[in-house]
Design a protein around this ligand. Sequence first.
Ligand code: NDP
Length: 292
Amino acid sequence: MKNAVTFLGLGAMGYPMACNLSNAGYEVKVWNRTTSRAEEHVAACGSEAVNIEDAANAEIIFSCLPTSQQVENLAEKLLSYLKPGTVWVDCTSGDPAASRQIAAKLAAAGVEFLDAPVSGGTDGAAAGTLTIMVGGNNGAFERVKPLLEAMGKKIIHVGPVGSAHALKAVNNTLFAVNLWAAGEGLAALVKQGVDPRVALDVINASTGRSNATENIIPQRVVTRAWPHSFKLGLLTKDVGIGMKVLDGADLPAPLLRITYEVYQMAKREIGPDADHAEALKLIERWAGTEIA
Ligand code: NDP
């Protein structure tokens, strides 16, 4: 058995990520707000469910929660139980400034904090093929790298604490641009009699292609399958963090800023718990037609 690790947050991403750690031979303790989910994980993945105090007793702690706010709250709860020398690896798509604050608080307890957001969706999490970008101390990064390799394929050290959360927010803002822009373009083509499958076939062999046109729209929108794997509220949260990154750079960025407004509108109209691809239902509503 390899060293003991804790995983906090068994959501759509955390559940399969923690399972891959367990499958790689690590002794994995899991904690989840809703305990039935942790019990399910124990039965399916051979982990051990622990209470929040016991969760602190590990060499490496992973968290994968909706936002940095929940990470901060848990760090606060665990603070007096944490052992010096522990590394806390936060896989949440978090906020760079909040992460720097959490890192400073944990450092006072001798705990190293790394921001390690992931990309690749629930399929990538299940397959262990995530891209994992990491911010923070290089020595701590080297210590946790073998564990990250159990969950991801491309593992990159980006820079100091917060830098990986900034990069992840920009990545997801670009994805949000591509998804919405493709939705607008396809709705216009459908209204003019073009089959969206034909349009996507051409676009995906041309310069307009993106993950949205290659995967998300053909698999979720055109099929009307609408699987739920990544909440619209979470993507909108990421674009919001992207706005803070822009603020920090003090540069004009009109396209990215309007994207935030667009997703705020979609979240309000379609609902935060809808899948992110369902944002395009708003475009369909405006167009009076389905992208199908
Ligand atoms: P989910 O909504 O599926 O899961 C959220 C997890 O956080 C659950 O374990 C939930 O517990 C827990 N949680 C929620 N609120 C609290 C709270 N107040 N206190 C303690 N625990 C809480 O989210 P995802 O797994 O989809 O996303 C997690 C992170 O990963 C987000 O930052 C997201 O942006 C990012 N991400 C998501 C991807 C995806 O495709 N889904 C892809 C890449 C990154 P409970 O079971 O009790 O609700």
